[in-house]
Design a protein around this ligand. Structure first.
Ligand code: PA5
Length: 406
């Protein structure tokens, strides 16, 4: 399914892992859970014009990545718009968001596994009050909580208020949770076929369970490049609607591997936009990076270059060719140029940009990430470094409270 190739990097020695870690059993959620998610999504579709998703990191990036990748440009799939909050602490953003919501019928899905993440908790406190003022008792029906099944502050609020709840399975960390209600509910509301998405993930899970799989090859290649002194992996694609998938990938690898003073720095570029900016550095700057190019063969919608009688722009040699085919050729040209410039290129290609193949790709990356962390000998499931800023921020906020009171 995934066509995996890498160029220029020869003789990658095999490192024998005992086995491909089997950590993704949670993808087999009970059928009732999918049905319940779809039922609530149908209700939101009927009752609301907008779903506000509140969450940060793994609690929103997966859904956003899939929604953006599988939704046409300039329209929604079914008329329900998805907007997001809880990813920043901008008062300006929240204030303007509430004004924007005023003219829409709103449902809210607040997502936090721990239930105590500051960005999410603050945004939810403000939005909860907004919903209560606007909908009164009806706000209970319109707020849906996705959190741990047994514990946490958000769980307590949900119980007290009687909100409907979906579960983040205990053994699944945020950045690995896209195949649970965390990802699936916002996706279903956006009109994505969640069954196809999960089917793709399951297939990738099956296809990447032995040491000859491409997830292992990809992990091994990155590890070898890391050992050779490359410091940065650039994920690149040529389709703008994949930008948020890049962000999800960046979080997955960055948070899973960047610890104990180890790991490749995951960075992303969107072509051809970035070829006219950071592209200069990639071609000729410090030789510290390699590039992973994602490409979907078949993308819905295309347009042909018209013939021009006067041909002043000199582009008639392209007349009759489709933009997507030119985009694809530009990808091949970029790969050749970057290799010539000393940037090794890994190619990951899939047949079609749709929910099934995006699910397939995300599972491929999650498996590759866990394998890769195994090679690096770090724990892919914790994020001790994320706690450091929180601790400092809390200390400062508490100092501020003392100062204000004094
Ligand atoms: O991958 C992770 O574990 C993190 O990115 C979390 O998803 C993020 O910090 C949000 O955590 P929570 O869902 O507990 O609010």
């Amino acid at each position: 399914m995934i066509k995996y190739t890498h160029t220029q990097i020869l003789n990658i020695p095999k490192i024998e892992l005992k086995q491909i870690p089997e950590l993704f059993n949670y993808i087999n959620r009970p059928t009732e859970e999918y049905l319940a998610i779809q039922r609530v999504a149908n209700e939101v579709n009927q009752q609301a014009g907008i779903l506000l998703v509140i969450g940060v990191g793994g609690s929103f990036l997966g859904a956003r990545a899939v929604i953006d990748a599988c939704t046409p440009y300039f329209r929604t799939l079914n008329g329900v718009e998805i907007v997001y909050a809880g990813q920043n602490m901008s008062g300006s953003y929240l204030k303007q968001l509430l004004t924007f919501l005023d003219s829409k019928d709103v449902y809210v899905n607040v997502i936090s596994k721990s239930g105590s993440t500051m960005e999410t908790a603050l945004a939810f406190r403000i939005v909860k009050q907004y919903m209560e003022e606007r909908y009164g008792f009806g706000s209970k029906q319109r707020i849906i909580v996705t959190t741990d099944a047994n514990k946490g502050t958000l769980k307590q609020i949900a119980e007290k208020e009687g909100y409907r709840q979906f579960e983040v399975p205990t053994n699944v960390g945020g950045r690995y949770s896209v195949f649970t209600a965390v990802g699936l509910l916002p996706m279903a509301v956006a009109g994505i076929d969640i069954y196809e998405f999960v089917r793709g993930g399951k297939q990738a899970d099956q296809d990447h369970s032995t040491l000859d799989c491409s997830a292992y090859q990809y992990a091994l290649t990155r590890f070898e490049l890391y050992k050779q002194g490359y410091a940065i992996e650039l994920l690149a694609s040529f389709e703008p609607r994949l930008n948020k998938l890049h962000e999800w990938w960046k979080q997955l690898f960055g948070e899973s591997e960047g610890k104990e003073l180890k790991g490749l720095y995951p960075s992303t570029v969107n072509y051809s936009t970035d070829l006219h900016a950071i592209g200069q550095f990639i071609q000729e700057g410090s030789r510290i990076m390699f590039e992973t190019l994602i490409h979907f063969e078949n993308i819905e919608g295309d347009i042909e270059i018209p013939f021009s009688i006067d041909n002043i722009d000199g582009l008639n040699y392209l007349a009759g060719r489709s933009m997507n085919s030119i985009n694809s050729t530009s990808k091949d040209g970029v790969a050749l140029a970057h290799e010539d410039g000393g940037v090794p290129v890994i190619h990951i290609e899939l047949p079609k940009l749709d929910a099934y193949h995006v699910g397939y790709l995300m599972m491929f990356f999650m498996k590759a990430c866990v394998i890769s962390a195994n090679l690096l000998e770090v724990n892919p499931f914790d994020q001790p470094g994320v706690e450091a800023y929180k601790k400092k921020m809390l200390e400062l906020l508490k100092e501020d409270v003392v100062k204000v009171r004094a």
